[in-house]
Each structure stands twice: as C-alpha cells, then as structure tokens.
Write a protein that binds this ligand. Sequence first.
Ligand code: SAM
Length: 421
Amino acid sequence: MKELPEKFLARMRADLGADYPAFLAAMEGEPWRGFRVNTLKITPEALRPLFPFALGQVEWCEEGFYYGVRAGRHGAARAGLIYSQEPSAMIAAEELGVRAGDKVLDLCAAPGGKSGQIAAKLGGHGLLVANEVAPARAKILAENLERLGVMNAAVLCMQPDALAARFPAFFDKILVDAPCSGEGMFRRDETAVHEWSPEHVRSCAERQLKILSSAAEMLRGGGELVYSTCTFSREENEGVVARFLAARSDFELISEKRIMPHTHKGEGHFAARLRRLDGPRFDRPAGKSADTSIYRAFEAESLRLRLEGSFAAFGDTLYLVPEGLGSLDGVRALRPGLMLGENKKGRFEPAHALCMALKKEDFRLSVELGDGSLDAYYRGETFPAPEGRGYAAALWNGFPVGWGKLVDGRLKNHLPKYLRG
Ligand code: SAM
C-alpha cells in the first residue's frame, strides 16, 4: 500500500470506529475503474457487441459499468459512446434527479464526467451550463462534451461569484462537485496523498463553503442542488453542509449519501441533496440572433435535417444556442452552445462538434471506416472512397467520428489537428 499520512489514518480511525480495519484493508486493494454508456448515442444493450469489456453494472447508475482496462483509444470512446468515469463519482449526477427540460448548472465541471451524465439525462431537452474556472481544464471539458455529442450545453469559464452575478435564481438544478482534498483518490493518485494535510482539508472546506454560497444564489425557489466531493473528511462534507444550512434558512437538507471503499465497489464519494424553499425565479434577457444563410446553404447540401432554435455568431463562428440561455453579455463563454462551423470568406466549414452531435442518417454522405482504419483516420490519413462530392461523415460502426471531404474518389481527412495522433 502507498504510505498514507499518519494524521489521515488517525482521523479515519476515530471516525470509523469498528469499521476502521475493513477500511484499511480496502485501501490496500486495487482501485475500481468504470465507464458510463452515453445514452445520447447508444443504449447499453446496443453497445455490448461493440465494446466487450463490460464486467458488471454499477449499483447506483443504470448506465455505469466496471471494467479493467483503459479504453481511451477504443472506437467506442472515440465515437463518444462511452466515457471513462470512476464508478462512485456517478452517484452525484444521479442524486440531482435531472429531468428532460430542466435548466441545469454544473458549476465545477471539468473534465466533464458529470456534465456528460447530466446531458444524457436531459436527452437534448433543456439547458446545461457547464462551468469550469481553470481555462485549460475548460478546454478539455468542451472537447469531452463535443465528443459525447451534447447539443444543448454552453461551456463557461467563470469564477462562481462572477457567474452568480449573471445568473441569479435561474437554474432548476445545480451540481457543485467541489474541489476537495481528494482522499477518495488515494488508491489511484500518488499526488493526492502527497498534497494531503490537515491544513489542506481546512482550506478546502473554506473554499467549498464559498463556492456553495455562490451556487445557492443561482438556484430558483423550489430548485435542487447537489453538493459532492471525492473525499472522506467530515469537515469538507457534512461539516460544509451544516455550516451552509446554518447560514441559509431558505435551504433544507433532503439527504446525504456516502460511497466508501470498504462498503461499496467504488473509490469514495459524498453527495448531499439540498432544496431551496420558495424564492425568486428569474429568466434571462434574450440574446441577439445571427444570420444563418450560409449555414442553411451548407445544411441543405450536406445534411438531411434542419436545426431549429436560436443561433448566435461570435466572430466568424456560428453556434446553436440552448433554449433559455439568453444573452451572454459579460459572460466568459468557451462555447455558447453547439459549435456549428465557421464562415470562411463566404464558404461554410462545419465544426467537428456538429459532426459528433449528429447521427449517421443525418448526413447525405458518409464513409464507414471499420475497426481497421480508425487509427489511420486519427493519424490524419486519406482514404479511397465511393463516388460523391462534398462533406461526409467518417463512421466507426455507424457512429460519426469526424468530417472528411469526398473529392475524386478519395476521402480527405478533416479531423481537427488537435485530435490527431
Ligand atoms: N465534476 C468534474 C467531473 O465530473 O469531471 C470534476 C470536478 S473537480 C472535482 C473540481 C473542479 O473545480 C476542478 O476542475 C477545479 O479546477 C475546479 N475549481 C478549483 N477551484 C475552484 C473554485 N475556487 N471555484 C470553482 N471551481 C474550482
């Protein structure tokens, strides 16, 4: 076992009492790994023949499964059919009880496991605002949501208090998956062990309370909020919730749940459900709408569907903006919605995100790569292809993985450079 801090062990011994030996034994075991099936694209049943690594279902998440290998380069991952996620982390979005049509905020969202899970529950109806304060991590979040084919999300990069000033009493549901001391990461991440100290736990708790207070301002009266961490410390879990409730008489506690490595098949998570009692509910002012004519020309030529909704242009880039999001004046947005593409001097170049959000039958042209050619596609290679001209979807087992362009019997590769390799 990794050398665990003596003060951490002493605290766990005091907290767990008779259960401490079982906890200690569990900490010597191998970490659990898992993945979630992205039901925006496929059902668990339909996935099975394409991705035969599923070992068993996660008890608290119908779409969650255990597996023992890394799958990032597998076609199922590249096509956005699955997302690797530590099994116990799946509890937080489950507790949020998202329904199609909800306006949901994921306040600490990168790299996006829980945002993807929320988006699947929305099923394309309603709004997801996925916010991440660290710009580099927000970029990864945007890429992950694109791969998962999420159409109704905006990716923002804001401090929680600045976001609260823009979205007062707006969301129906909010997830605060707070930065924490990461004791539930100890089995799989040595740095979490090295960074741990009682002072770190204390400073995490202070930061969590601040983040939670900003989140509270953004929840509508009657709305629900889940506060979660991947740590065991009471100070950061029940302690933060108790301090928050003492300061906010307009909130009530619905439940607190813990996944622990000695009682469940998972690394450890805490999730508290809170409800805001009657209170204000605000909508947002509408944003400006954009000229869509060159997108419509591309759509008529290359696609078999017509996207409906609000469109917004930022520079030369056109987005489909989720319903109800409203004006983004003063908001730092990496993605104000689904990126559709760019106006390149009057010619429309479709975005990778658009391809990943569509289904095989939505494209006029498509080319099946099969298992053998997927790596070559990812290296940026060109393929012989049937006759036809124009933008075509490259498919893995019928699922889009990126654009290509058919010219003279060849499929020219249009996978973005940053995804190659
Ligand atoms: N929910 C994510 C998922 O499922 O993939 C994991 C989120 S991680 C536990 C916490 C996130 O909070 C990190 O991405 C971190 O950058 C961000 N964070 C750090 N400090 C923050 C702050 N002061 N306010 C808001 N978020 C912060």
